[in-house]
Write a protein that binds this ligand. Structure first.
Ligand SMILES: Nc1nc2c(ncn2[C@@H]2O[C@H](COP(=O)(O)OP(=O)(O)OP(=O)(O)O)[C@@H](O)[C@H]2O)c(=O)[nH]1
Length: 597
């Protein structure tokens, strides 16, 4: 295919602004998929994605479009919409020459719109602005168009008015893709240089690598190598991605395609890596490659301690198809054997937990999530702290550092006060405040990541009645007064309830946590003391009074089957309980920290 007839583009949008719906329409309009086969949100083919209505992993799809009598190949590269997956978004963007910027005409520009837009502009992508959902009664295309014009410096005529739902503006969008987005550049005769921007795990065929060829040509059967991992493979099968995979003999510069070469483990395929030939390799790898690092850590334990090996097997299987999940075995006095896991963010953590439960039928306890702190030790070594138990003795370190992010929040002007207040409570420092329009404001803060991973987003939504959007990126580590706060039940430390918190917040944290635990720990036949401590210093205490609960008391002797049923019920209720010393602790208690308000 003549490179001049190829267009590679992605869609950037804030969550729920209608990216998937619009993508479906493009596929329908170009007959890439027949109306009969049309399923809602075709690009989101994981059940979980469809249920949650969010795009988790990016995928690519090729459409053919006839424009003024010429056939064009349009490669649509889908991007995930959540900050947890921002590295993947950046690689997808790097594989394109243009982007559709979808803005919900009833909502206006949101934080994610802007962060992804900046990524796209940073990669010199041609931006085609689209106002979507113009069918909605609450849509205000005039005002939102002003916002968009201000943001990207385009003219009103450049903005396409569309409705994915009603199928309005679809042809205009496709025409704009052909007319405005530049054809790919690159030399098909040069040494091979292709960038991996995604991979899909297939248990039967091995990992499918999705890539964009920048220079050179890849042929079926070629001996190839991945530059950053240094691994070598045979290109057993290459092809393009329609609704199904379509094998090809060759793919030249400018094209997007898939590669199958018998790779069994997702970890071998790193998004951002460069594919080249073993003979005649390219001089340099494509820039921008990064090893993605987990941002949030938590322990995962089987509820039933005998299921540890089963959990290990499940985690191994999960890791085969999720390269970003990392874990190592961990033991807790309270929870037994489990794993310390690293996640890209809170959504990623929820997804893993849910997949363990659904796909592997495991019931697990997840402990309080934590970010990765660093301790500068007295011998000037840096020690990484992924769990409260890693926290060294205060006499052995000079200081602790914690990760900070630049948080961008867009909200209506009337909520600026409460938003700033919330951010200050979360140890944020305001850096900038810009009015996007008379009513919408963009605020930037430097904030500790640790404060964001808890309930920040929920709180932000509450105080702004839903009219605030958040995006953040890591900016580095800063020195902080962090301490380890322990919780004791009848004098015994429950290691799974320990947390690393800022010194100024430790007292408040301890007090609230004790209060919350008092609500969650059921009364037992003896009194239970709940205490919070820093080192040996007790900073808070609550007491759960003794009580005797006899479920059989209701049964007046007689009916044995009824009695059995009640006992069964009680046993089930106990399932998610953990024995700590002599105290039974329900699973919610281990997540109580997330619900402190
Ligand atoms: N009225 C109206 N609703 C729409 C339109 N497009 C999408 N929606 C609705 O908006 C919601 C979000 O649409 P999606 O296409 O899932 O949005 P998305 O941007 O792909 O969401 P993520 O994948 O989560 O980022 C759904 O409930 C859609 O039915 C439109 O043009 N008009």
């Amino acid at each position: 295919m003549n490179m001049q007839r190829i267009r590679n583009f992605c869609i950037i949008a804030h969550i729920d602004h209608g990216k998937s719906t619009l993508a479906d329409r493009l596929l329908q309009f170009t007959n890439t998929v027949s109306d009969r086969d049309m399923q809602d949100q075709l690009l989101d083919n994981m059940d979980l994605e469809r249920e949650r209505g969010i795009t988790i992993k990016s995928h690519a799809i090729q459409m053919k479009y006839n424009y003024k009598g010429e056939e064009y190949i349009l490669n649509l590269i889908d991007t995930p919409g959540h900050v947890d997956f921002s590295y993947e978004v950046s690689r997808s963007i790097a594989a394109c020459e243009g982007a559709l910027l979808i803005v919900d005409a009833s909502q206006g520009i949101e934080a994610q719109t802007i962060s992804n837009l900046y990524l796209a502009i940073g990669h010199d992508l041609e931006i085609i602005p689209v106002l979507n959902k113009i069918d909605l009664p609450g849509a205000d295309p005039e005002v939102v168009a002003d916002e968009v014009m201000e943001l990207i410096g385009c003219d009103r005529e450049d903005i396409v008015l569309a409705s994915g739902k009603e199928g309005i503006g679809i042809e205009e969008i496709l025409n704009a893709v052909v007319e405005k987005i530049p054809a790919p550049k690159g030399d098909p005769e040069a040494p091979l240089q292709a960038m991996i921007f995604d991979s899909v795990y297939n248990p039967f065929r091995g990992v499918e690598v999705i890539f964009r060829v920048f220079n050179g040509t890849i042929n079926k059967g070629d001996k190839i190598k991945f530059v950053n991992t240094g691994r070598e493979y045979d290109a057993d099968e290459i092809g393009i991605l329609g609704i199904n995979q379509i094998p090809q003999q060759t793919l030249a510069a400018g094209n997007v395609g898939y590669l199958i070469s018998g790779i069994k483990v997702a970890k071998e395929v790193k998004v951002g890596d460069t594919i080249t030939h073993i003979k005649r390799p390219c001089d340099v790898a494509i820039k921008g490659f990064e090893n993605v690092k987990p941002m949030v850590f938590a322990g995962i334990y089987p509820v039933d301690t005998t299921e540890f090996e089963e959990l290990r097997a499940s985690m191994e299987k999960l890791q085969l198809n999720d390269a970003s999940l990392v874990w190592e075995p961990e033991t807790s006095a309270a929870l037994g054997f489990g794993f310390r896991c690293g996640f890209l963010g809170m959504l990623h953590m929820e997804i893993i937990q849910e997949r363990l439960e659904r796909e592997f039928d495991m019931t697990v306890i997840t402990t309080v999530p934590s970010v990765q702190f660093r301790a500068l030790m007295t011998n000037d070594e840096i020690k990484l702290i992924n769990a409260p138990s890693d926290m060294p003795d205060p006499t052995r370190f000079k200081h602790i550092e914690e990760p900070f992010v630049k948080a961008t929040i867009i909200t209506a002007a009337e909520y600026v006060g409460p938003v700033i207040q919330l951010c200050m409570e979360k140890r944020g420092q305001i850096k900038n405040q810009v009015y996007l329009t008379s009513d919408r404001v963009e605020l930037s803060f430097d904030m500790p990541l640790a404060e964001i991973v808890f309930d920040f987003f929920d709180k932000l939504k509450t105080i702004s009645r839903g009219y605030a959007s958040l995006d953040y990126e890591l900016i580095g580590f800063k020195q902080s007064h962090m301490v380890r706060l322990d919780v004791m039940l009848n004098g015994e430390v429950v290691d799974a309830l320990s947390a690393i918190v800022h010194r100024d917040k430790a007292y408040e944290w301890g007090k609230r946590l004790c209060e919350k635990l008092k609500e969650l720990v059921p009364r037992q036949m003896f009194e239970i003391a709940i205490q919070a401590a820093i080192g040996t210093k007790i900073i808070a205490r609550e007491t759960v009074k003794a009580m005797r609960k006899n479920v059989l008391a209701k049964c007046y002797g007689g009916d044995i089957s009824r009695k059995r049923k009640l006992l069964e019920k009680q046993k089930k209720g106990k399932k998610r309980m953990r024995q700590v010393g002599n105290v039974e602790v329900p699973q919610e208690a281990f997540m109580a920290v997330l619900k402190l308000d």
